[in-house]
Write a protein of this length. Structure first.
Length: 190
């Protein structure tokens, strides 16, 4: 399962932060769009994103060499479809709220949405797992570091989002939807 030394640990932590970027952006946009989000949903985002970010490289490490070309070929399309749908829905709901303000937004973040966001933001980690297998890396070290860094980065975004969310309202929801669509487009084009 590969060796363990300080340089591997540092590389694993840096890789964890790099893979966490999409999950961080989604966490921030979710928290901006729903500043009064219940604590359970707040904790579900970093936890679910971390679990998927940790599980996908492990899955890629052990089984990805068989299906890597298929997943790699469609990863961008799958990410764009999921994030584009979620982002588009956020924009439509926000525009509707801007035109006819309501006391409570009609659409709230659901656990199902968080689940699909976690899948969409972790697809690249599967391919990383395949490359870790090819290099003989320590998948326990790398998978753990990726999961831990994703969790910590998303918690940091929750803290920032909570402070900013109350000031932006529906405009933040539009921005959040645009961010999700951009992330999806980035995945498609990369």
């Amino acid at each position: 399962m590969g060796s363990f030394d300080l340089s591997n640990l540092i590389e694993a932590l840096v890789l964890g932060v790099a893979l966490a970027m999409d999950a961080m952006a989604v966490t921030l946009s979710n928290s901006l769009c729903e500043p009064d989000m219940p604590r359970g949903k707040k904790l579900a985002m970093p936890a679910m994103f971390a679990v998927f970010q940790m599980a996908m490289p492990i899955a890629g490490f052990f089984g990805g060499t068989l299906v890597a070309p298929l997943i790699e070929a469609y990863a961008g399309i799958v990410s764009l479809a999921i994030l584009g749908f979620v982002g588009g829905k956020m924009i439509v709901e926000a525009v509707r709220e801007l035109r006819e303000p309501e006391e409570c937004p009609t659409a709230r973040l659901t656990y199902t949405t968080i689940f699909f966001e976690a899948i969409a933001t972790s697809i690249d980690a599967f391919i990383v797992g395949v490359s870790l297998a090819a290099s003989g890396a320590n998948i326990v070290l790398y998978g753990g570091a990726i999961g831990i860094m994703t969790f910590l980065c998303c918690v940091a975004m929750l803290l920032v989002g909570r402070r900013l969310g109350a000031h932006f309202g529906p405009r933040a929801e539009v921005a959040g939807g645009v961010v999700l669509i951009i992330i999806g487009l980035k995945a498609l084009l990369s």
